[in-house]
Design a protein around this ligand. Structure first.
Ligand SMILES: Nc1nc2c(c(=O)[nH]1)N[C@H]1C(S)=C(S)[C@@H](COP(=O)(O)OP(=O)(O)OC[C@H]3O[C@@H](n4cnc5c(=O)[nH]c(N)nc54)[C@H](O)[C@@H]3O)O[C@H]1N2
Ligand SMILES: Nc1nc2c(c(=O)[nH]1)N[C@H]1C(S)=C(S)[C@@H](COP(=O)(O)OP(=O)(O)OC[C@H]3O[C@@H](n4cnc5c(=O)[nH]c(N)nc54)[C@H](O)[C@@H]3O)O[C@H]1N2
Ligand SMILES: [Mo]
Length: 767
């Protein structure tokens, strides 16, 4: 398509727009100060010109008639949809007054700061929280904090560092770098990378590797683009990955397919692990997982005998398995005993270049900014920290399942207000009704968003309009490279999230103004300091800097031999023993209060509700519902209002196998109820032979922006959103991981005429 434009701005996608975890280089075409087209930047080493549907639809997103472009104050009662436009100063005054009143009466910890997924909000949001004085911030509603946190924590305990599949992403010349070797096999474990590009990993890198010769082993209960091209597809019963991995480790040890040199020199606890996995012989594992024995055997052998030099790339269902942390530890051990840590084509250690991070402060930086006492207070007072050792030691979030209970009971101390920035908990939280009630119980909720949604409509008292990535400055530091976000245009009065955070942080702590007199410009330069460049200097050199100084912690490979990983500069790993721990000493610390005891060796835990653990419930609800596999056109609850994107997936549907449809006498395209004891939702049937007959799959995050937003309808969220029937309650012993996102038991019921969304209103013809 040829378009007229007067300038092109190159930038990095992170935060509002595509929604994702970012990283792509993008080109923004501007005409008369309006964006007319957005596409991938062909010069950017990350995505090399490619761009997803959500990036291409940016113009519809930015200039959508429903976009909120001014601060809004609720004027009617909550839920009736009446808001009035106010100025930024008025909005800030009201928030300052309300928050300070709460602080005076209940203490600053009575305000919870709530973010959504891995956008760039962690740093700025913690800036507001800590300058206000509250230790409490988190992803409220993300039961068990079950998104990447469990995997990151598990790796930090087992090997002291994060690893990712080596797709050459640590080299600027990418596949052409002479140090690089292609993975022989890539095990894609519970991930659909080409759809989601999650967690700093550009999914199409897997395809790039396949095109160059890597073979795939995919572990997924549903067929997709990658399973159809895999050498082995292990179509397991959902949430039984824990049994599978222990069975694989057992096979590898039994057959001596492991890497003796690496195990002897760099691991501890091998004998204990070998003993434990004997409890998982092939026969048993096959009967738990429903994967045929031969396939488990052959796939394990292919991976092990092509190692070192094969990689595992894993996804969200690992965290969301019944004990996500333990499963993640076990998978980490699998790549360790095969010698795949930090070798070309293996699971390469992933440190941020120059250790720059846009994300939360570590305790050292916190102490520098607020003093040791404050750090101690943050760590001790954080909700859930007396129960779970991890919250004190490792991650700075509060435990979200305990937090929602505390909002409802006001025990052990009152929670009175929330600050919600980049999150839509009423449409995304596990057991959304409970979260809706908890937020309604608050005296005051601030929401910073771009559109109305079920959360803004039902609980927001003030809404602040956020800018898209195309309208703002920022930087992205997630592995490689360190790169900046540059504004192309301004839309309405929308503001950069970082600026909003800094504005409020300064109001709560005027001293911050002395430290950062130029606001976020100074703040960013402070964060970017280790690169030796300022924001403006990065802009001048094209927008990014690649860290490639041999011998540093951020340059591969075999850093454990070079002494590049540990603070003391000695060879080895950043664990207490200096080795990869196959019997995990850190697990003992997680339950340091004595409330939780965590086994140092991996084990399998059956879902709390399943055909094996609760056969009577299974009789009533014989289908396993997988929720939230990613859709390329939606990001969580977003984009249902973007015509180009909604057209690709117009209805909230449910994928079911043809045999299941036949048994239930259900036709393709028919509307059905999906129900369990928690309630029921409605969906349109989409028959898919690529899903197991006893499993159904639905997308999460659904609401219908074209329907009535005011309570009680709330954009039909109560009718179509699966989190109404996904139960809450973290089951993982560490407080991290778990929840039935991928294995809720349900049944399908044929619907009588006149469903609440039969047919939903077509939105692309509306305006
Ligand atoms: N059933 C089920 N539920 C799930 C999941 C699942 O697999 N199944 N996945 C879970 C997971 S892994 C996660 S991480 C959570 C995600 O949960 P959330 O991150 O809360 O999900 P979003 O729907 O993307 O909500 C983000 C909100 O922030 C707004 N927003 C987007 N970008 C920006 C920005 O840059 N600034 C501001 N101020 N606002 C912005 C959007 O308009 C939207 O309203 O959902 C969880 N929920
Ligand atoms: N377009 C788009 N991209 C996204 C998001 C989005 O909403 N939209 N969300 C982002 C976020 S916050 C996250 S956390 C990531 C998540 O993205 P991923 O890590 O890829 O996770 P999912 O999409 O939940 O599931 C991946 C695959 O696991 C399979 N699966 C389901 N249950 C099981 C199981 O029990 N075992 C195994 N082995 N496989 C299972 C599903 O069928 C699916 O193919 O995506 C991110 N990227
Ligand atoms: Mo996530």
């Amino acid at each position: 398509m040829s378009i007229e434009y007067d300038r092109v701005v190159t930038t990095t996608t992170w935060s509002a727009g595509p929604g994702c975890h970012g990283g792509c280089g993008a080109k923004i075409y501007v005409k008369d100060d309006k964006v007319v087209k957005v596409e991938g930047d062909e010069n950017h080493p990350w995505n090399q010109g490619r761009g997803c549907a959500r990036l291409l639809a940016m113009t519809q997103y930015m200039y959508h008639p429903d976009r909120i472009t001014h601060p809004l104050l609720r004027v009617g009662s909550r839920g009736d949809g009446h808001f009035k436009q106010i100025s930024w100063d008025e909005a800030y005054d009201i928030i300052e007054e309300k928050f300070n009143k709460i602080k005076a009466e209940y203490g600053a910890k009575a305000v919870i700061f709530i973010q959504g997924t891995g956008r760039d909000i962690g740093g700025p949001m913690s800036l507001v929280a800590y300058n206000y004085g509250s230790p409490n911030w988190s992803q409220l509603g993300l039961g068990g904090q079950a998104c990447y946190g469990p995997r990151l924590g598990a790796m930090s305990c087992v090997q002291g560092d994060t690893s990712v599949a080596d797709c050459s992403q640590f080299f600027e010349k990418r596949f052409d770098d002479p140090r690089y070797e292609l993975p022989k096999y890539i095990v894609v474990w519970a991930q659909d990378p080409t759809t989601g590009c999650p967690d700093g990993f550009y999914g199409n890198w897997v395809v790039d590797c396949m095109q160059r010769g890597s073979k795939l082993i995919v572990i997924d209960p549903r067929q997709n683009f990658l399973t159809s091209r895999a050498a082995y597809h292990l179509e397991l019963r959902p949430a039984t990955d824990g049994a599978l991995v222990l069975g694989m480790i057992n096979l590898i040890i039994e057959n001596e397919w492991y890497n003796k040199e690496f195990v002897e020199n760099w691991c501890t606890g091998f004998e204990a692990l070998a003993e434990r996995v004997k409890e998982y012989p092939l026969e048993k594992v096959s009967s738990i997982t429903k994967v045929p024995k031969e396939i488990i055997y052959e796939a394990t052998k292919a991976y092990a005998l092509n190692s070192p030099g094969s990689a595992i790339q894993w996804g969200l269902p690992v965290d969301q398995a019944p004990d996500g942390v333990i499963l993640a530890e076990a998978i980490n051990m699998l790549w360790a005993i095969t010698g795949n840590i930090d070798v070309p084509g293996g699971n390469v250690i992933a440190r941020n270049a120059y250790h720059v991070s846009a994300y939360p402060f570590d305790n050292y930086q916190l102490a520098d900014m607020f003093g040791e006492d404050f750090v101690e207070q943050v760590v001790q007072k954080r909700i859930g920290s007396d129960e779970y050792g991890w919250l004190r030691k490792w991650r700075c979030y509060i435990q979200p399942d305990i937090a929602v209970q505390q909002m409802l009971t006001q025990n052990p101390y009152p929670i009175k207000a929330t600050w919600i920035q980049t999150a839509n908990p009423v449409a995304n939280a596990v057991d959304m009704k409970q979260h809706y009630e908890a937020l309604k119980a608050m005296d005051f909720n601030v929401v910073i968003d771009l559109f109305h949604n079920p959360t803004t409509m039902s609980v927001a008292d003030i809404i602040l309009p956020a800018a898209t990535f195309a309208e703002r400055t920022g930087f992205r530091a997630w592995y490689q490279p360190v790169q900046i976000i540059q504004p192309a245009v301004q839309v309405g009065e929308c503001k950069n999230d970082w600026e909003i955070a800094m504005d409020m942080a300064v109001r709560f702590n005027p001293e911050l103004k002395e430290r950062f007199p130029n606001g976020i410009a100074d703040y960013m330069n402070w964060r970017l300091e280790p690169t030796g460049l300022t924001y403006n200097e990065l802009a001048e050199r094209g927008g990014w800097k690649w860290g490639d100084e041999e011998g540093t912690a951020w340059v591969p490979y075999k850093r454990y031999e070079k002494g590049a990983l540990r603070a003391d500069g000695k060879p080895g790993f950043r664990t207490p023993s200096g080795k990869v721990e196959l019997k995990v000493s850190a697990n003992a610390d997680w339950g340091a209060t004595g409330k939780t005891i965590v086994d140092p060796l991996p084990y399998y835990q059956e879902p709390f509700e399943s055909e094996m653990s609760t056969p009577e419930v299974f009789k009533k609800y014989p289908l396993v519902m997988i929720t939230g596999r990613r859709s390329a056109v939606f990001f969580h609850s977003e984009h249902r209002n973007i015509p180009w994107l909604r057209e690709c997936n117009p209805y909230p549907d449910v994928e079911i196998h043809p045999d299941t449809a036949r048994d239930l006498k259900i036709e393709n395209g028919e509307w059905v109820w999906i129900e369990n004891d928690r309630g029921r939702i409605t969906r349109k049937v989409k028959i898919n032979a690529g899903i197991n007959p006893r499993t159904i799959s639905v997308l999460h995050g659904w609401w219908l922006p074209e329907t009535e937003g005011r309570s009680p309808n709330l954009f039909s969220a109560w009718d179509v959103n699966c989190n109404l029937i996904v139960p809450a309650g973290a089951q993982s012993r560490t407080g991290y991981g778990g929840n039935a996102y991928k294995y809720t038991l349900v049944r399908l019921v044929k619907m009588e005429e006149g469903s609440p969304c039969d047919p939903p209103i077509s939105i692309w013809g509306r305006r």
